[in-house]
Write a protein that binds this ligand. Structure first.
Ligand SMILES: *Cc1c(COP(=O)(O)O)cnc(C)c1O
Length: 386
């Protein structure tokens, strides 16, 4: 944490009250600029995967950067449109799109449905016909690739619920290309999240190359290839690596993916865009001396940031107000009546006291969006710092 941010946080805590998410908007803008610069190929299109963070100031930065937007619900489509995104730059994924969501998407004229099953494809064709419109569709392929990430955030394995199995793709493409109600655009992939090496993206590119060769020999061309998102961030060292390796990421695709003439390549980046720009700020209510452990009991819990409880995720914790040189090992826990309400066990902090402010770093992605009101708690607030 920079001293400047720490000072702003300490003064915000007096006025806003804890817990709250603190956004470093300058870092967000730098991150977005780095991604844009690295994706300089004119056929590359970035869509921000908005499920990572839907705060309006964040969405505005994405819109101003000229990004399209990746959505996973009707609610997200409406929010994106309200926020001024061009509907033609909205893509819509998800294994369980309802009829009402499909109708909304067709009526808004979104850029593309990323279709996850043959059953869904048939429903979308039917709804489009009823509305007298054509639906633009890409087929989400499950390429059976292990992204070597946590089992809850891997999505490209045959056992996962996402996408159309390679064995069923022929039939899906037949239906999509022969339906009068479908404008078939191409293929979509998304193999998982928090992917920290580039190797899975190389394997994905090779898989796509094989598929393109195979279908091209049958006269089928894809106007777009959408490689999804998944680029990870450095949760351990947010100050040394505040901006992900966008250059490595985009150049992997430039090198490995055999892009066809006139073909657009779409990227759906969520976590890598917003993960590092926010911290969850919480005040220590009690330091409880247990029989075997010391507990730092914070006023934020999994209702504010569920990633540790949900996927064993680790967020670096800093004490912003202690100036002690002595360190102590704590379990940093929340106030909620569940044993899983633990941010981190056995973490070393400077000697911590009641009233200290803690920052849980790298909380910009899948943090505030998953906040809930269990125990009748209030939702955490947000502070946007320029
Ligand atoms: C969640 C999601 C993304 C974004 O994933 P990140 O790991 O946050 O980059 C992209 N595409 C689809 C279809 C998704 O569901």
């Amino acid at each position: 944490m920079t001293t400047q941010n720490a000072e702003k946080i300490i003064s915000s805590a007096m006025t806003v009250g804890t817990p709250f998410y603190f956004y470093d908007m300058k870092l967000l803008r730098q991150t977005v600029a780095a991604a844009r610069a690295a994706a300089a190929n004119p056929m590359f299109r970035i869509h921000y995967a908005m499920k990572a963070n839907v705060e309006v100031p964040v969405l505005e930065v994405m819109r101003e950067a000229g990004f399209g937007i990746d959505t996973v619900s009707g609610g997200e489509i409406s929010r994106a449109v309200d926020c001024g995104f061009n509907p033609a730059r909205i893509v819509f994924a998800g294994v369980g799109k309802s009829d009402a969501e499909i109708d909304l998407a067709i009526e808004k004229g979104i850029g593309c449905f990323n279709v996850e099953s043959i059953e869904e494809l048939e429903v979308i064709a039917g709804r489009a016909r009823a509305l007298g419109k054509k639906a633009r569709v890409a087929l989400r392929v499950n390429p059976n690739i292990d992204a070597h990430t946590h089992h809850y955030i891997t999505t490209g394995l045959a056992e996962n619920k996402f996408g159309i199995a390679l064995e069923m793709l022929d039939r899906a493409i037949d239906i999509a290309t022969s339906s009068a109600d479908i404008d078939f655009r191409g293929l979509h992939f998304h193999i998982g999240s928090q992917i920290t090496t580039l190797r899975p993206f190389e394997i994905l590119s090779e898989r796509i190359n094989d598929l393109q060769d195979r279908y091209e020999s049958r006269g089928i061309r894809f106007a777009t290839i959408n490689v999804g998102g998944g680029l990870g961030i450095d949760y351990e060292n947010p100050d040394t690596n505040p901006i992900p390796d966008f250059e490595g990421y985009f150049s992997t695709f430039s090198k490995c993916l055999r892009i066809r003439e006139g073909q657009e390549v779409h990227f759906e980046l969520g976590r890598s865009m917003v993960g590092q720009c926010a911290s969850l700020i919480t005040r220590v209510l009690y330091v409880k001396h247990g029989l075997e452990k010391q507990f730092a009991i914070a006023d934020a819990g999994f209702t504010d940031l569920i990633r540790p409880a949900l996927y064993d995720a680790r967020h670096l914790i800093e004490n912003l107000t202690s100036d002690a040189t002595e360190t102590v090992i704590y379990d940093v826990v929340g106030p909620i009546c569940e044993s899983s309400d633990v941010f981190e066990k056995d973490t070393t902090l400077p000697l911590t006291s009641r009233g200290d402010l803690l920052a849980l770093r790298s909380a910009g992605a899948y943090g505030s969006v998953m906040a809930m009101q269990y125990n009748c708690r209030s939702l955490p607030r947000s502070v946007f710092s320029e």
